[in-house]
Write a protein that binds this ligand. Structure first.
Ligand code: ASP
Length: 324
């Protein structure tokens, strides 16, 4: 009798679960951006959210949960109900770098269900326009002359913008002043406004302002030039060989989200990434879109794991301290 009751209860639970996944999504979905509005992650998230809405038939609300290099927003996703109504966007530094720096309450690899890689972009070395340098070598000479007072904006201790700045400072043998913000969006505004000198910023954020003449761009942190900005030399060409940093963005949901929902979100993501308007908007921002084979939970998990294996020892050796 007890067995029968348990069996009936399990069956009821299952059909409730199925009904839940069959009607998914029947209310708005939240996409958590762990950095400030207006920055690179936010920009990519908003392009995706707009197109995901069409595929999913529900509004995708972008929520900026900021602070501590994205750890606060990512923790919010880790703790959310695994029902498909909270999605997180993250990137190389939130899901690879942060565990080497912060005492996290979540496991970046195992507390999430991966959905897909969505876009990848290198960074640009940019400065305020009043710096009297016309190429990277002149910028390095200027930094060396002014080294005690050169200010560099970052999206937080351990954010991509910070890691590449540390890499730069160590390579050229200077000490820079890093100023943390809650995202690269507000930090870049202060470079444009002249309050900060430099930034190592994702192309998605700075490229529009470079085109508008509000920033100087010296190099791209990649082996090849950006198709969207072929006039900017690579770090190898500009004289800082090997400073390659590529910031890939991806989508995750909390661990335990039903497989059917992950599959639904993957289909919507693939539709978005196949849409010519989305592709053009991302490409104009210097984003490389992953191939169809790379657009899968398995490919994201494998890439994520390989990146953790590669970068954790390098980042740990940098000795970066968390934000206080
Ligand atoms: N992804 C950050 C932002 O959107 C930037 C960074 O990591 O440097 O602001």
């Amino acid at each position: 009798m007890t067995k029968l009751l348990i069996a009936l209860a399990l069956a009821a639970g299952c059909s409730f679960g199925n009904a839940q996944t069959q009607t998914y999504p029947n209310r708005p979905i939240t996409l958590v951006v762990p950095f400030a509005a207006g920055g690179p992650t936010d920009t990519i998230a908003r392009i995706m959210a707009e197109r995901l809405r069409q595929s999913l038939g529900q509004t995708v609300v972008v929520e900026n949960t900021t602070g501590a290099a994205g750890t606060i927003g990512v923790a919010r996703v880790a703790r959310a109900a695994p029902d498909g109504y909270t999605i997180g966007i993250g990137h190389w530094s939130t899901h690879v770098v942060n565990p080497a720096i912060y005492p996290l309450q979540y496991d970046v690899l195992n507390d999430f269900e991966p959905i897909s890689l969505i876009a990848d972009n290198p960074q640009l070395v940019v400065s305020k326009t009043s710096i009297p340098a016309n190429n990277l070598q002149e910028l390095i000479a200027w930094v060396k002359q002014n080294q005690d007072k050169v200010s560099v904006g970052t999206a937080g201790a351990g954010a991509a913008s910070h890691i590449s700045g540390v890499y730069f400072q160590n390579t050229i043998g200077v000490k820079l002043q890093f100023i943390p913000y809650r995202g690269a969006g507000p930090a870049l505004q202060d470079v444009i406004g002249g309050q900060l000198d430099l930034m190592f910023d994702q192309a998605a954020n700075s490229l529009p302002h470079v085109r508008g003449g509000k920033l100087k761009a010296y190099a791209v942190t990649a082996k090849v030039r950006l198709p969207a900005a072929p006039e900017i030399p690579t770090v190898d060409e500009a004289g800082l060989p090997g400073l390659y940093i590529s910031i890939w963005h991806a989508l995750w949901v909390p661990k335990g989200t039903p497989k059917e929902i992950v599959t639904r979100l993957l289909a919507a993501t693939r539709e978005a990434l196949a849409d010519p308007t989305v592709r053009k908007r991302l490409a104009d921002l210097g984003q490389e879109i992953p191939s169809l084979e790379q657009q899968s939970p398995e490919a994201l998990r494998a890439h994520h794991k390989a990146e953790l294996d590669k970068w954790l020892p390098i980042i740990k050796a940098m000795g970066i301290k968390p934000e206080g």
